[in-house]
Design a protein. Sequence first.
Length: 111
Amino acid sequence: MPVYEYQCESCDHRYSALVSIKDSEELPQCPRCGAEDVHKLVSSVSVVRSEAQKDGDRSKSLTQIDPKKPQEVAKYFRDHGSRFGEDDFRGTKEWHDAVDRVAEGGPTLDE
Ligand SMILES: [Zn+2]
């Protein structure tokens, strides 16, 4: 399923959500304030780097990424990994390089 980006009209919170094709015109309510007054962003996940996004949204967003799509997972970590503390996220430079490559549609680590 495609990942769409949304922005809340009420609190400006940006978030992503996996939405099936048939539901793509339905807007998921804001996970922060619950407002239904949101709009879909044209931009892709890769350009969204909102500092306003709370860490509490991190795990929620991660579960919305399809693990079968390495590119989506890589994009997520590329965009959000910098906010992971050293204690729970110890990516090496090589690892980050690999993430960037996969996020751009390159081969995965298994290939
Ligand atoms: Zn909101």
